[in-house]
Design a binder for this molecule. Structure first.
Ligand code: ATP
Ligand code: MG
Length: 568
């Protein structure tokens, strides 16, 4: 293509609305334009990248036996009522009525539709395993659409669903997808980590997330530094090492001390001159209709996802100040487990503290020398705290590193959650009716594009990995009014194009500086400059975007050299 004919509206200014680098660069380099919050048009360059990502995904899905389908985006409410999700999905689900007053939603995911399809078409064990997938727009009315394509309200997803006759079959399908996903992200040229994740509202058991490491990532992960161990998890899920009380201290007498205006752990530790590890933080929550207390060591944070799972409730939130004083008798900041008459859930570490300091359930007072088992008895001891970077790995005790990640994909064992709700059954070898065992597997195609930019950029712009670059080469004639230069540029352009190398010719009547800036901003892997020197010597200057290295290559070898420089 000739750049003069292409829609690549680059911008010099950094758009004010963009917070993260991928959003800024995709706007500036003319890849995307916004229609509404979280709703974008993909311009020609972006669409080429998206098609390449989709091609890689398709190849890897097909390699594992996936069959592509395309399901409706418009989904009838009846199916969502059958699965029980119409009422629980909440405001993220975009709902509407047709002219006959029938309820519909725009698909945020397709478990209902696919399970409905499969229950009608599959009735024997002989028809499984079955792996069906599609790539299409998904709709989620996110509370905070942001970061451009990273968190949109309309975005492209690949979703695959596996159908097996038993758990063993599901294990195999799950492994296939795990392998396929690793291949997809490696082929896209991304640095990623697979982490254990929380199964959350979808239900089911095993689940892993594929995280692209980036400082702007919304997810926090920890991973073990020991390469032989390889434990890695989303912090929502990360298991904390239990540890033990290593002090030889003897329990002392429980005492109340006056601590005026000392309501935070920092104030408490400096007032009493103790370390935070000797304190117990008591956080009061309202969980469905009950008020509960969660205890963690003073230097730790409650992990609300773990707590929520432990409580097995539908709705959980921090208790109000008013509720706290009503149930404890003291103001917020002075709660403690001693003589507290509500359900108490303590983190493992809490019972290891000898002579701890806690709130006294009386404003401006704390208790010292509090000992679990003697002064209070938790109703439950469980892992409810947030793992922090630097902590010991729960499996091998090596230190763990913290990092931020962008979730680009997730694999999920659903089990019979949907097949049971929608009565999707089959007859096994003995003619017995069984529920189909399912898994679901998603990749955020449009998020992958952004995540890739997030990982591959510099001050000048995007640096596309060869495999998903919109084009491989841009040819820049220095002076397009010079016919000889333009002819040479055309000749090289035709040679490369005829050999399957995706090339654009920047034939615009612009200063070379402008074209160079655009080339760097857009991030073509290679730039070939053609000026008077090239005409004299028949040597072409080729610049590699990623390293900035410049090599001179004779025109007659251009194809072979360019191909080897692009090797990906
Ligand atoms: P998140 O936790 O980021 O909201 P999710 O866990 O709800 O994502 P899934 O239901 O697992 O998302 O969807 C599969 C994939 O779709 C995700 O791994 C992600 O890559 C992509 N995805 C999800 N929500 C969005 C969104 N709002 N914008 C772009 N991509 C998304
Ligand atoms: Mg997910």
């Amino acid at each position: 293509m000739r750049v003069s004919q292409m829609l690549i509206p680059t911008l010099r200014e950094v758009p004010a609305e963009a917070e993260v680098v991928s959003h800024k660069l995709l706007l500036r380099a003319g890849f995307i334009r916004k229609s509404a919050a979280g709703v974008y048009t993909y311009l020609p360059l972006a669409w080429r990248v998206l098609e390449k990502i989709q091609k890689i995904v398709r190849e890897e899905m097909n390699r594992e036996g996936g069959q592509e389908v395309l399901m409706p985006i418009m989904q009838p409410a009846e199916l969502w009522r059958e699965s029980g999700r119409w009422d629980v999905y909440g405001e993220e689900l975009i709902r509407f009525k047709d002219r006959h007053d029938r309820n519909f939603c725009l698909g945020p995911t397709h478990e209902e539709i696919i399970t409905d399809l499969v229950r009608g078409e599959v009735n024997s064990y002989k028809q499984m395993p079955l792996l069906l997938y599609q790539m299409q727009n998904k709709y989620r009315d996110e509370r905070r659409p942001r970061f451009g394509l990273l968190r949109g309200r309309e975005f492209i997803m690949k979703d695959l669903y596996s159908f097996d006759r038993d758990e063993k079959g599901l294990d195999i399908s799950y492994k296939k997808m795990y392998r396929a996903y690793s291949n997809v992200f490696s082929r896209c040229g991304m640095q990623f980590r697979v982490v254990e994740a929380d199964s959350g509202a979808i239900g089911g058991s095993d689940t892993h997330e594929f995280m692209v490491l980036a400082d702007s990532g919304e997810a926090e992960i920890v991973y073990c530094e020991n390469d032989d161990c390889s434990y890695a998890a989303n912090v929502e899920r990360a298991i904390s090492a239990v540890g033990e009380d290593s002090s030889n201290e003897v329990p002392s007498r429980l005492q109340e001390v006056h601590t005026p205006d000392v309501g935070t752990i920092e104030e408490l530790t400096s007032f009493l001159d103790i370390s935070a590890e000797k304190t117990i933080k008591t956080i009061i929550y309202s969980a469905d209709d009950e008020i509960i207390a969660a205890l963690v060591r003073g230097d730790r944070e409650v992990n609300e996802v773990k707590l929520y799972n432990e409580l097995n409730c539908l709705h959980m939130e921090l208790a109000s100040a008013e509720m706290i004083s009503r149930v404890t008798g003291g103001n917020m900041g002075f709660s403690g487990p001693v003589n507290l008459d509500i359900c108490i859930i303590a983190d493992h570490e809490v019972k290891n503290i000898t002579n701890a300091v806690t709130g006294a359930n009386r404003t401006d007072y704390h208790l010292i020398n509090v000992n679990a088992g003697r002064d209070f008895e938790p109703d439950k001891v469980a892992d409810i705290r947030m793992v922090q970077a630097g902590e010991a790995c729960p499996y091998c005790s090596s230190p763990m590193t913290g990092a931020r990640g962008i979730e680009v994909g997730q694999v999920f064992k659903l089990g019979d959650k949907y097949s049971r709700a929608l009565e999707a059954t089959f007859l096994d070898e003995r003619g017995k009716e069984q529920y189909i065992v399912m898994g679901c597997y998603g990749i955020g195609i449009s998020r992958v594009l952004s995540a890739c930019v997030e990982q591959n950029n510099d001050e000048q712009g995007i640096i596309w990995p060869g495999a998903i670059a919109p084009y491989h080469v841009v040819i820049v004639p220095i002076n397009v009014k010079d016919n000889d230069q333009l002819n040479m540029a055309e000749r090289v352009y035709n040679t490369l194009s005829d050999n399957g190398i995706e090339t654009v010719l920047d034939d615009r009547q612009e200063r070379p500086g402008v074209k160079f800036k655009d080339a760097d901003l857009i991030g073509y892997p290679l730039r070939i400059t053609i000026g008077s020197k090239a005409l004299e010597s028949s040597e072409l200057e080729v610049k590699k975007r990623s390293s900035g290295d410049i090599v001179m290559i004779p025109e007659e070898n251009v194809c072979e050299k360019v191909k080897s420089m692009l090797s990906y």
